[in-house]
Write a protein that binds this ligand. Structure first.
Ligand SMILES: NC(=O)c1ncn([C@@H]2O[C@H](COP(=O)(O)O)[C@@H](O)[C@H]2O)c1NC=O
Length: 510
């Protein structure tokens, strides 16, 4: 008689699934809590201890970890010698293993969780039986997700058994699920133990895969994994695209460096088109938009304060794909929800984790990991390298530009005033071209660079970019410094009467 081993923490859908198995003449074998739930629903069930002769011990740390259980799953049904051993040791014929693991992730999300509580929620036996079943998928069906119950019972009802194809798919799913589970544990313990170095081997808990309409382009498939929807709530609009998600990430990352005043960032292709800060979002928007009135078409707008009606009215005039805000006033939401093609998202920005590692895949089979660039102006040194010290107004403009510069694709040059960007030159292969581009864009937008500050994400290798900036009207320059030609650059700044500040830290962004 074939047997189903059921051991589930999440008991969703358990009873009808077990009933369907029973109707198909499958005997149910379960661990304590699962057996209790089934008995309560009048489903016939045997406990593991009735088969193994060994009780659950150590407060459930050992329940299913028994050779009779693993032997009953793992024996090869078409191997005579293994069949002989099965009979000799009285192994059951476990054809189905239905498990879902201790809720480790949910446990560690509790703000007050102790290390001991978290450790008790590390599942051992459930992973082990799922692994055994997944390994022996030629003969055994493993189910780790209640969403698969229906498909399994459907096949059993139709043909009396599951197909090899389904068993293969479920085995792959089980191994992926267990490794994501283990990755969550490793990540949690790493953080809890304060281990900051990057491990030599690890895996990432990439779960909750949500298929996107497509990837970067319509001919590429794309999926979003992870915790995005724990942080964001979509209040309106179509499904987010792959590119929307990248822009949202850039926008929220940028605003993490602009918490002090109401600030608006407009982004396209992950690069800010304009940023403004003011007493109100509406004024901040005007400043951001003034930097570039063409690029924001179809862009992403991120704001760091509750979005009000006055701002919503201004925004209505421009085609925007996504607006992200900590929250939306009722009237603002009602107005913006009239736009069919606009997506509205809210998020508690402060709760979005930005301190863990960041990853980029390369070559299709390799991944680069690094600590995110969390350095900010507040933690960096600022050394005046020129003869002239910056005025207070120049300091403000430099600091604004420098904060933006970190979020602009390299090579990045940003002209700024104290509360706004004036010209952004992004993603150029030469720094001097980035400077020329920023100047040209400011000119195109009709903005004067007289008295502006210019920020450069890495040092000026030559004096040329600085001279272009001076010619355009900039009076203050902020950059990391550190070039062998720094003396030349400093001399040029002094000759033009510029204030030049070195931060000692570069902010490349590729
Ligand atoms: N220790 C074991 O041998 C063991 N075997 C199964 N479990 C887990 O126990 C849970 C079910 O327990 P219960 O049926 O008592 O509610 C499942 O999440 C299952 O993954 C175990 N618990 C933890 O490892």
């Amino acid at each position: 008689m074939s047997v189903a081993l059921i051991s589930v923490s999440d008991k969703t859908g358990l009873v009808p699934f077990a009933q369907a198995l029973t109707q198909a003449d499958v005997t149910i074998l379960a661990t304590g809590g699962t057996a209790k739930a089934l008995r309560a629903a009048h489903v016939a069930v045997q406990e593991l201890k009735d088969v193994t002769g060994f009780p659950e011990i150590l407060d459930g740390r050992v329940k299913s970890l028994h050779p009779k259980i693993h032997g009953g799953i793992l024996w090869l049904r078409d191997d005579e010698e293994q069949d002989r051993q099965r009979r000799a040791f009285g192994l059951p014929d476990i054809r189905f293993v239905v498990v879902n693991l201790y809720p480790f992730r949910e446990t560690i999300r509790r703000p007050d969780v102790s290390l001991e509580d978290a450790i008790e929620q590390i599942d051992i036996g459930g992973c082990a039986v799922a692994r055994s079943a997944a390994k022996n998928h030629r003969h055994v069906t493993v189910v780790v997700d209640p969403k698969d119950y229906e498909e399994v019972t459907g096949e059993i009802v139709r043909s009396g058994e599951t197909s090899l194809k389904l068993r293969q798919r479920l085995a792959v799913k089980a191994f992926g699920h267990i490794s994501a589970y283990d990755a969550t544990i490793a990540g949690y313990l790493q953080e809890r133990f304060g281990i900051t170095e990057l491990p030599s081997a690890w895996s990432l808990p990439l779960e909750n895969g949500q298929a996107l309409r497509y990837g970067e382009n319509p001919h590429q498939r794309g999926t979003l994994y992870g915790e995005f929807w724990r942080h964001f709530q979509q209040l309106h609009g179509k499904e987010l695209s792959y590119n929307n998600l990248l822009d949202i990430d850039s926008g929220v990352g940028l605003l993490a460096d602009f918490t002090d005043r109401p600030t608006v960032a407009i982004l396209k292709h992950g690069i800010p088109c304009g940023i403004g800060s003011a007493d109100t979002l509406r004024e901040a928007w005007e400043k951001a938009l003034a930097t570039d009135r063409e690029a924001p078409f179809g862009g992403v707008v991120a704001v760091n304060r509750p979005l009000d009606l006055s701002f919503a009215e201004t925004l209505s005039g421009i085609f925007t794909e996504v607006v992200v805000a900590p929250e939306f006033d009722r009237e603002a939401l009602a107005l913006l929800q009239k736009k069919k093609n606009l997506r509205l998202l809210s998020a508690d920005f402060a709760q979005i984790p930005r301190h863990r590692f960041s990853f980029r895949s390369i070559l299709g089979d390799s991944v680069l990991a690094q600590e995110p660039d969390t350095a900010s102006i507040s933690t960096e040194s600022r050394q005046v390298a020129s003869r002239r010290s910056p005025t207070p107004a120049e300091w403000e403009a430099m600091e604004f530009g420098w904060r933006v510069c970190k979020h602009v694709r390299s090579n990045a040059i940003v002209f700024a005033a104290a509360d706004r960007t004036l010209g952004i030159g992004a993603g150029q292969m030469s720094r001097v071209d980035a400077a020329r581009l920023a100047i040209a864009k400011a000119g195109h937008a009709g903005l004067s660079l007289a008295g502006s500050a210019v920020a450069s994400d890495a040092y000026f290798p030559f004096a040329d970019s600085l001279l272009h900036a001076a010619d355009a009207g900039a009076t203050a320059v902020i950059q990391p410094g550190g070039s062998i030609r720094d003396p030349e650059v400093i001399a040029a700044a002094d000759e033009r009467g510029l204030a030049l500040v070195f931060t000692g830290r570069r902010h490349f962004r590729h």
